[in-house]
Design a protein around this ligand. Structure first.
Ligand SMILES: Nc1ncnc2c1ncn2[C@@H]1O[C@H](COP(=O)(O)OP(=O)(O)O)[C@@H](O)[C@H]1O
Ligand SMILES: CC(=O)N[C@@H](CCC(=O)OP(=O)(O)O)C(=O)O
Length: 263
């Protein structure tokens, strides 16, 4: 029986939308990769959420890197993430010759989301759901483009951190996970790149306050996925060549406890 290539799950932060030239370059590289490997694109949109909220004279705060999201703000958060950000990326993907299908975390039951804690408002924690929809899309040569909007089983819309969303999609598919952002990877106290980050080093850098804010959410999600998938997760800059990132020549590799260096 032919071996099935595990998908590559690529998460991009919302700031990518402010750099169309880099986005176009990355999408061209995704098109090349897709010839041999199924790819899923998961995206954030933090800057767009900020813009949308301030246009409505609304403000928001974050706790531990997660945006506190009152239900009344969900129309704007959902509009920014599942609407504007998702459709802008799909449109760019079409221009790059890809065949995108824009989705959110609730579509086809790909994830199940639960309320994190009322103190965050409508913020969700995702869990793996059903892979059938994504499998069908891979068969058809489509590129799933997934926003981080989910909902509870009771139908309450939830805002999910996009790194946590990508983690769960990678776990669902047993795929390779790349978390791409506008930084070169996880940086140490001297702003030098940490090329490999295991649990002990992660805890040390967090306790020193070197890893914080959005990066703390990202490395925590990456470590969870690395453990679950028993393979390293890469945090890298979206400006680096995708092949270099896939070949472990760029960014930070988050290493699960059971793996040793060089895995
Ligand atoms: N040790 C660290 N190394 C790199 N970035 C860090 C670190 N600690 C905090 N950060 C911050 O985390 C940001 C990346 O997280 P985030 O803004 O949430 O990215 P994205 O929106 O792409 O998911 C960086 O731009 C930086 O400001
Ligand atoms: C709960 C929570 O924090 N949700 C995030 C979702 C978007 C996101 O994660 O965007 P980036 O990847 O661009 O940071 C938010 O509202 O900003």
């Amino acid at each position: 029986m032919a071996e099935i290539t595990p998908p590559v799950v690529i998460k991009v932060g919302g700031a990518l939308l402010d750099s169309p030239h880099i986005a176009n370059q990355l999408l061209a590289e995704i098109k090349t990769l897709q010839a041999s490997t199924p790819v899923v694109l998961v995206h954030g949109g933090g800057p767009l959420v900020e813009t949308m909220l301030s246009a409505m004279q609304l403000t928001s705060t974050k706790i531990d890197g997660l945006r506190v999201t009152p239900d009344e703000q969900m129309p704007y958060v959902c509009g920014a993430l599942a609407g504007s950000a998702n459709k802008s990326l799909c449109a760019m993907a079409i221009a790059a010759g890809l065949n995108p299908v824009g989705l959110s975390l609730m579509d086809g039951g790909i994830t199940q989301c639960q309320l994190l804690d009322e103190k965050y408002g409508a913020v969700g924690i995702p869990a793996t759901g059903k892979p059938a929809l994504l499998a069908r899309l891979f068969e058809g040569g489509f590129l799933p483009v997934i926003s981080s909007i989910g909902c509870t089983d009771e139908g309450r819309l939830l805002n999910v951190n996009a790194d946590q969303a990508a983690t769960v999609i990678a776990e669902l598919l047993g795929g390779k996970l790349l978390l791409l952002s506008n930084v070169d990877g996880v940086l140490d106290q001297h702003k030098a790149l940490i090329s490999e980050l295991d649990q002990a080093r992660l805890q040390e850098e967090v306790s020193l306050g070197v890893i914080k804010d959005g990066m703390l959410v990202k490395v925590s999600a990456a470590m969870q996925a690395a453990q679950q998938l028993n393979q390293p997760v890469t945090i890298a800059n979206w400006s680096a060549p995708l092949t270099a990132i896939l070949n472990n020549q760029s960014g930070t590799r988050v290493i699960p406890a059971t793996q040793t260096s060089g895995a």
